[in-house]
Design a protein around this ligand. Structure first.
Ligand code: OXD
Ligand code: MN
Length: 593
């Protein structure tokens, strides 16, 4: 399939190490993929679901010890620990290669080695990058076929180039004690052993498109970010694009696929999805920042996804989708998860494959759930009813606004605009979210997650902040405007005040108006906040005073926040850019005025 010498040498090296019985190059043809689906059904690796109700859909269950990303076993193996920085696990590359090769040696005996050439981004796009994943799992091949662009076409674009990422995955024994997800940014290499869970084994996603790509972006002058991308169309048919970063459990996929409230739909407003998780952004010939979604599908969290919370995501899962760790409805061979609807199946198997009794369900006890809380759907992007017509556009789409956000019960207002790019980088670097009752551990604990990249930045986060500042300098007046949103302010009883979901469009409209220079704002110590009357409340059961309450910037709360940011900054030592230290000093001074 290729005569690229580096590729062939690496494949031969991997063959000698792993000792597969057979080797299969994935050409991307439907015929080959169909053969693999049949093989996976034969071995029990996947189950075919109801062809009439869910055509082309399959169910897969992972080992119960292997259901999520494992941050404590994820390493950035740069030559020095300083390059990996204070927020990453680090190991010397030589030592880690040895450990991983010792674990993987001979692990493909009796198995087939699948070689998947893939492109992150439309094949041939100037913003795209190529990877090759070697795996012993058909589930991985079929998921990669949804999440990325795969097959022989990729080699045509690669030619003899050595600009590709080596991705090795071996399930080994799914032994959690020997599970490692390792990135070697200086070698364009990823190695993942002893896992079969998506986030750890679909190596194009977090490992390549964020950890390795963030490092590449730093070296090459572009950005790989944990951001959704959406297009907002106004009644004149003009579309403006927004990229937004939120920590997990803040509704990124929901925002990416938002349906505007009826009164705005009636006027002709629309939202188009470009991506729900990752954005790669480069400065274009006209000096503006252009973004692509490097992925080709959605690896979304199933629980909570329903007709109301995210109609478009649910529609995306109706065909050619792989479900992982959801419940199986035995009456009609379809799938179910908590929050899908109010009709739990009467005869079902839970995510582990055990009979499930809906009458034993207790909300506070996850062991009674039918679907694992982190169960997933892998759905092709083209299934999404609101997929952007620009989705395949290789040169990307121009970004007007960047949004940061988190879950803050009392602190951040509904929305505010940064005073400058530098101030926006400061806001992103201090980004935080509070833990909810849905997660284990104490409720309301603030976790700092700069730019939502804490688990995904492939190098020293101090350098990463500097890279953001440098990009702003290059962009100059063309820099997107930076905003912060918080959909999660609560009242004294702990109820959310803002309705969220589709109504977030009201806030996005203000953001776009600010970018266009057509909306006013009030200057506060933290940035520009909307005038309450500029957020449209039509058809909403909310009075303007309630809106004012969630736009309020409380000085005492923010003084405490500034002290916490100071503490957070300490871990970056002398890598913290002086501009960010100045920003913190300016915030403190503004609050003292
Ligand atoms: C994801 C994540 O799966 O951010 O997208 O954890
Ligand atoms: Mn993500």
């Amino acid at each position: 399939m290729t005569s690229n010498k580096q590729v062939l040498t690496w494949v031969e090296d991997m063959k000698s190490l792993l000792k597969p019985d057979k080797v299969m190059w994935i050409d991307g043809s439907e015929e080959q993929l169909e053969g693999l689906r049949a093989e996976a059904v034969r071995t029990g690796e996947m189950m075919k679901l109801n062809e009439e109700l869910l055509p082309g859909c399959y169910l897969h269950r992972t080992n119960p010890n292997d259901v999520a990303r494992v941050e404590d076993r994820t390493f950035i193996c740069t030559r020095t620990q300083e390059e990996a920085g204070p927020t990453n696990n680090w190991c010397d590359p030589k030592e880690m290669y040895k450990r991983l090769y010792d674990i993987a040696r001979g692990s493909y005996q009796g198995k087939t080695m699948y070689i998947i050439p893939f492109s992150m981004g439309p094949i041939g796009s100037p913003l795209a990058k190529i990877g090759i994943e070697i795996t012993d799992s058909i589930y991985v091949v079929l998921n990669m076929a949804i999440m990325t662009r795969i097959g022989a076409r990729v080699f045509d674009v690669l030619g003899d180039s050595n600009d590709w990422v080596r991705c090795l995955h071996s399930r080994c024994d799914i032994d959690p004690e020997k599970r490692y997800i390792c990135q070697f940014p200086e070698d364009n290499t990823i190695i993942s052993v002893n896992s079969g869970y998506g986030g750890n084994v679909l190596l194009g996603k977090k490992c390549f498109a964020l950890r390795i790509a963030s490092y590449q972006g730093w070296k090459e002058g572009w950005m790989a970010e944990h951001m959704l991308i959406l297009g907002l169309e106004n009644p004149k048919g003009e579309v403006k694009y927004i990229a937004a970063a939120f920590p997990s459990a803040c509704g990124k996929t929901n925002l990416a696929m938002l349906i505007p409230p009826k009164y705005l739909r009636d006027k002709g407003y629309k939202v188009w999805t470009v991506g729900d998780d990752i954005a790669w952004m480069r400065i274009g010939a006209d000096g503006r920042l252009y973004a692509i979604n490097p992925e080709n599908g959605f690896f979304g969290v199933a629980p909570g996804t329903n007709e109301n919370s995210n109609y478009n995501a649910l529609q995306s899962t109706k065909k050619n989708t792989i479900f992982t760790n959801v419940a199986l409805n035995l009456d009609n061979n379809t799938v179910w998860w908590e929050g899908l609807d109010k009709n739990p199946p009467v005869h079902a198997l839970d995510w582990k494959g055990n009979p499930w009794d809906p009458s034993k369900f207790v909300k506070s006890d996850k062991s009674t759930y039918a679907a694992h809380p982190n169960s997933r759907f892998t759905a092709p992007a083209i299934n999404c009813p609101c997929i952007s017509s620009e989705f395949e556009k290789g040169e990307g789409i121009p970004i007007s606004a960047i949004i940061f956000g988190g879950r803050r019960a009392k602190c951040a207002p509904l929305v505010y605009q940064s005073k400058s790019w530098e101030n926006g980088v400061f806001i992103g670097s201090a980004m935080a979210s509070e833990t909810t009752a849905a997660a284990a551990g104490a409720v309301g604990v603030v976790r700092r997650d700069p730019m939502a990249m804490l688990p995904f930045c492939g190098y020293n986060m101090g350098d990463y902040f500097q890279h953001w500042l440098d990009m702003g300098k290059k962009l100059g007046k063309n820099a997107p405007k930076i905003f912060n949103v918080n959909w999660f302010r609560t009242d004294d009883e702990g109820n959310f005040i803002w309705p969220g979901f589709g109504d977030n469009m009201r806030v996005l409209n203000w953001i776009i108006d600010r970018c266009e220079g057509t909306a006013d704002a009030v200057e506060t110590p933290i940035g520009y906040v909307p005038k309450a009357e500029d957020i449209d409340l039509t058809d909403l059961d909310m009075d303007i005073d309630t809106l004012r309450s969630i736009l309020k910037v409380d000085r005492a709360t923010w003084e405490k926040e500034a002290a916490e940011i100071e503490e957070h900054y300490k871990k970056f030592g002398n890598k913290l850019p002086k501009e960010l230290r100045n920003q913190l000093e300016m915030l403190k001074a503004n609050l003292a005025k």
